[in-house]
Design a protein around this ligand. Sequence first.
Ligand SMILES: [Zn+2]
Length: 981
Amino acid sequence: MVYSAPGTRLRNGAGGLAFLIASVVAWPAQAAEPDEAQLLGNVRQLTFEGRRAGEGYFSRDGSTMVFQSEREPGNPFYQIYLMDLETGDTHRLSPGTGKTSCAWIHPGGGKALFASTHRDPDALAKQREELEKRASGKGRRYSWSFDPHYDIYEVPAAGGDPVNLTNVLGYDAEGSWSPDGEHILFASNRHAYEGKLSEKEQEILSRDESYFMELYVMRSDGSEVRRLTDTPGYDGGPFYSHDGSRITWRRFTPDGGSAEVYTMNVDGSGAKPVTRLGAMSWAPYFHPSGDYIVFATNLQGFHNFELYMVDADGERDPVRVTYSEGFDGLPVFSPDGSQLSWSSGRTSDKRPQIFIADWNDAEARRLLGLDRESPSEAPAAPPPDVPRTKAAIDADDLRGHVEILASEEMEGRLTGTPGERRATAYVASAFEALGLKPAGDDGGYFQNFDFTSAVSLGPNNRLSVEGVAQAPVLDRDWRPLGLSAAGSTGPGEVVFAGYGIVAPANGESPAYDSYGELDVAGKWVLILRHLPEDISQAQRQHIFRYAEMGYKAATARSRGAIGVIVASGPNAQVKDQLVPLSFEAAAAGATLAAVSVSDGLADAMLASAGKSLGQVQDSLDTGEAAAGFPLPAVRVTAAVDLVPETGVGRNVLARLPAGDAPSDERVAVGAHVDHLGRGIEGKSLALGDEQGKVHYGADDNASGVAALLEVAEYLADLKARGKLPLKRDVLFAAWSGEELGILGSTHFTRGFGGDADRETLHPEIAAYLNMDMVGRLDKQLSLQGVGSSPVWPREIEKRNVPVGLNIVTSDSAFMATDATAFYLKGVPVLNAFTGAHGDYSTPRDTPDKLNYAGMQKVARLIALITRSLATAAEAPDYIRQEPTSRSPRRRTSRVYLGTIPDYSQTDVEGARISGVAKGGPAEAAGLQNGDIVVEMAGQTIGNIYDYSHALDGLKVDTPVEMVVLRDGQRVTLTLTPGARE
Ligand SMILES: [Zn+2]
C-alpha cells in the first residue's frame, strides 16, 4: 500500500488524489524498463529510514535537501528533515508533534519553511488515535482533510523554534520561497472562511475543502498577502521557475476529476495550460533552464503515476520519463539541472522513498524537440537575402521583393507567427542594407507589441444535449467557438434559424432574414456556418459581412438568444466540420455562448423535429430564407472554458535622418507587412478546397511593402548624392497586426511620445503616407484621405505630372487600414490603393497577378510626395473630418452618430470610442474620446459587434439612452441619431 495512512500529505496531492493512491494494492515487483535509461542514469534510492518519505527539495546551492518522512517514534505523521547531501547527516527541523508537510529551504540556506499543525491542542490525541488505527489494521481508506490548523512556519536550518508566518483560519501550505528569497508562494483555502460564501458554496465546502484552494503570494515575513488565482477547483503545488519569472502549478477541475499543469507570470497574469491530457497531471517543476517542466500524470492508467516532461510553452506533446509500475511523482531538478529527484514506490516494500538519478538534459531537449526551432520563436530559416536592387524605383526590384514576401516560406505572414517574423526580419535586413537608422525599440529595427493571439481550451468544457441520445465528446462532436462567452449556459430549448443571417436589401440584392417571426428569447439558436452556397456573386458580396461569425452571434443575441450552436452541414465543403478554435480581436468580450457541433450531432438534434440537416441545407442553399422552427424535444446546456493566449507581433521601423540627431518632426511612410496566414475565420474569402492554404497576400500587402522598400532606397540614394535637403526625418514603417485590426500602427501611435492619451501627434508626425494593395493597377489609382489636409490636391497634381497616373481621389480619412491610426491622432494621411479584386483575401492573391510597371508608378508618386513633404519648410495642416458613410463597417447603416469605434480593442467589455466627430450627434450628446459604450437603447453592448448591431436598430431623430463608462463611472447620455447623406 502506498500513501494509505492518515497524515499522508503531499504538496501536490488533492484529497481525491490521496484517496485514489490509497486504494492501490501492492504492485508486482518489476524492474524499470530499459526505456527509462534514455533520460535517467544511475537511478538510486536516497532515503531508507522510516515508513515512507517524499517531497525532497534541494537547497539553492544543491548541498542539502529538505524532505518529509514518517520516522519519528510515537508520531505516525510526516515530520520535516534536513539532509546534508555531502555527509549524509540528517536532522529534524519540525517540532516532532502533529502533522507537517511541504518544506522548502530559503535560497540563502539559513532557514527553512514548512506547514505544520503542532499548535493544534489535539495534535497528540490525533497521533495516538492514528497509531491505534494502524495497529488495528483500519484506517486504510484515508482521504485527506484540509486540517485548518495547518499554518506555515519557518525555522533556522540548524534547528530551533518555529516562527508562524500565516495565522488565519483555513488551510495554508505548499509554500516555497521565490529565488530572491523575498516572497513566499503558497496555497490556501482561507477565502472560504471569510464568511462570504453563498449557500451553495457552503455546501461544497462541507464536503470538499480543496475546491476552494487558490494560490497566494506573501512577503517573506508573512505580510502583504495577495491572491493569484480565482477559479473553482483545487489550484495548488506552485513553484517559481529558477529565474523567478514564471510560476508553474496544477489546476484541478472543479469536480477534482482531472488536473492539468499550468504556468503564469508571477503577478498571476498570463495563466495558460501546458498540458491537455485529460488525466491527473500534477506536481510540475521547472527545469532550471526554464525550457521545460517535469510533472507526474496517471495517463498510463488510473493508478499508475509516471513522470512526464513538457516544453514550458506547452506547444509540443509531453514525453514520458519513468517506466516503473506503481507510483512515481513529486519530481524536482537539482539547481544545476544535472540530477532529478522524486518520490517512487519502486522500493522493496512498495512504500515510497526519495530517489535520485543523473539527468540527461540533451536527450530531454531532443525528445521534446527543443533542439529544433520552437514553432513560435525564431524563424526556422534565416530570412532570405535581400536581392541586389537598383537605386531607382524599378519594376524588377519590386517583383523581387514581392516574390520573397509572398513566397510559400512566409506562410501568409500572420501576426505573431514564424512567417511574420521571417518577413519582418527580411524588411529589417533591407532597411539595414540601405543604411537606414534603426527606429524601433532598444536601438533596433523592431517594435514588439502584445496581442491576444489565440484561445485554447481550458479544462472545464462540457456540453449536454438532452433528448438526443449521445454524450457529445469535446473536439469530436463539439467545440466552443473562440468568440464564445465563458461560463455555463442553459439548459435551454433550441430553435433552428437557417444560416442565422439578417441582412437588409441592397441595390439588386433583396433583404435576407433567417429569423422572421421566430421566437428565440431565452433559447439556443442552431444555425449553419458561412452563407448559402448557391446564391449570386452579387448577393454573396452583399451578405458576406452579415455572415461573419461574430455578426451572426450578435444577431442572435440581439433577439434574446442565450447561445448559438453552429453546424457546417454537408454542403459546406469545409475541411473540418467543427469550427477551428480561433480568436478574432474584434470579437473579444463576447457576451453569449457559442459552440460548433458536428453534422452528426446537428442532424440528431434536427431529427427530433422530423428534419434532416442535409435536407434543410439543400433548401436554404437555393437562397431562400426559409422559415426556421423550434426543436421542442431538445435541451442544451454548455460550459465553456477558454484560455486566452498572448502573442507578440512586431513592426519594423527605420529612419532616414535629416541631421545628426533625430529631428523634432518626421514624415512617415508605411505599409502593412502582415497578412492572413492560412486564412482567418471571418476574414478569409477562400472557397472550397482553397481553405486552409497559404494566403500569399501578394497584392495585400507584399505590394505595399515592396513599394515602401523601393521608396526608401530611392530617397536614401538621393540623400547620399546630396540631392535631398531634408527638413525633417523620414520614418519608414512596416506594420504588423493590420489584418487583426490595425494593431501595430495603433501600438505605434499610442506609444509615440510616451503618452497614450495625446490628442494629436502633429506636427511631430507631419504626415503619414500609406500603401495598402498597390499591385493591381488597372484603370486608375485611388488616393484616399485627401480631405485630411489642404496640401494633398496640390501635391498630387504636382508630383503626378512626371508620373502620369490616372488618379481618383476620395476625401474620407476613415479607412480600414493603418492610415486611420494616424488620422485619429491628428496626422494628415494619404492612402494609395489600386482597387479590390476577386482574389482578395484568398490563396489566389499571388505575385504573378501583379502589375509591376503600375507599382513602379505608384511607388514613384509616393516617393516624390514624400520628398516634397520632407523638404518643405512647414508641416502640412491637418483637417478634422467627421466620419462619413465610407467608414469601415458602417457603409449600410441609415443612421449617423459621428463616433469612431476603436477596432483595435482586445480587452474591453463594451465598445470603446476613439473619436467623436465635431458637430455630430455623439458630440452633442456629450460623448467623449475614450468613453466605453456599455448600453445603448436598452441593449447591453459587450463588444464592437454588439455596438455595430445596435446601431442598425436606431431610428433617425429618435432619442435613445446610451450608457458609457468614463473613468470607471457609468454616465448616461441621451443621443439623437442623425441621418446619413
Ligand atoms: Zn491590406
